[in-house]
Design a protein around this ligand. Structure first.
Ligand SMILES: Cc1cc2nc3c(=O)[nH]c(=O)nc-3n(C[C@H](O)[C@H](O)[C@H](O)COP(=O)(O)O)c2cc1C
Length: 218
């Protein structure tokens, strides 16, 4: 079943008028929050947007991408660096039953806690974690027959456009602080059957090796 969803999932950018209801949106997000993450820190937040004016602004912030404007619902995927703050990180570890000594060890470890290294490392790790959740959501959407597209080209700290007016407006309408980055937008809608997309990939041998890069996996 998982393989079916993996094989059939593709980016869908043109939608019919059919609404993706809240129950379905919730189910897609629930798959995302089941994703694994570094020390289970879960540094993400998902904001569902249906409001037309917000969709319009987010479409502008993504260079005018129409699927953002035309989607039935958007899941704004926020990379939340505040999750690594000592108090929050400790709380999540406590919930998993880690004792105080272990929690303190992890909190003070440069290997295990990127916030001990710096802002760039923390951003990288946070982005790393949220991509798993987004991947899971795309598979759940596929399973539910909902088309989706990850929109990563958006005015944010990763595209260096966060200082722009549009980048600031996005942060404001979503209620984000400077440690919360709109990583991407997952657009949701039912595919317009008249305009299906096709999926293509590099050949297996081009991206897979055995033992050493370049040696063929027979
Ligand atoms: C991190 C990330 C960001 C992406 N950003 C965009 C985007 O801004 N706009 C878009 O149309 N597609 C975007 N995509 C979708 C890719 O273009 C798409 O996954 C790729 O072309 C492969 O096609 P498929 O998803 O149909 O298999 C993004 C995908 C990923 C993983």
């Amino acid at each position: 079943m998982v393989l079916n969803a993996i094989a059939n999932r593709k980016s869908v950018r043109v939608y019919s008028n059919k609404v993706v209801d809240d129950f379905t949106v919730k189910s897609i997000i629930e798959a995302g929050i089941m994703a694994p993450s570094w020390v289970n820190v879960q540094p993400w937040h998902f904001i569902v947007v249906r409001d037309d004016a917000k969709k319009e602004l987010l479409s502008q912030a993504s260079g005018g991408q129409q699927q953002v404007k035309n989607a039935s619902a958007l899941i704004c995927c926020v990379a939340d660096m505040t999750a690594w703050e000592d108090e929050k990180f400790s709380k999540v570890m406590e919930k998993q039953g880690r004792n105080e000594a272990v929690r303190n060890y992890i909190l003070n470890s440069e290997m295990l806690n990127p916030s001990r290294l710096g802002a760039v490392e923390t951003l990288l790790r946070t982005v790393e974690q949220i991509t798993y959740a987004i991947g899971y959501m795309t598979l759940r959407a596929e399973e539910l027959g909902v088309g989706c597209c990850i929109v990563g080209a958006v005015a944010n700290e990763l595209t260096q456009a966060q200082g722009s007016d549009i980048g600031s407006s996005v942060k404001e309408i979503l209620g984000l602080n400077d440690k919360q980055v709109l990583h991407s937008i997952l657009t949701l809608g039912y595919e317009d059957e008249k305009k299906p997309t096709v999926k293509s990939r590099k050949d297996f041998d081009e991206v897979v090796s055995y033992e050493v890069l370049g040696q063929r996996f027979q």
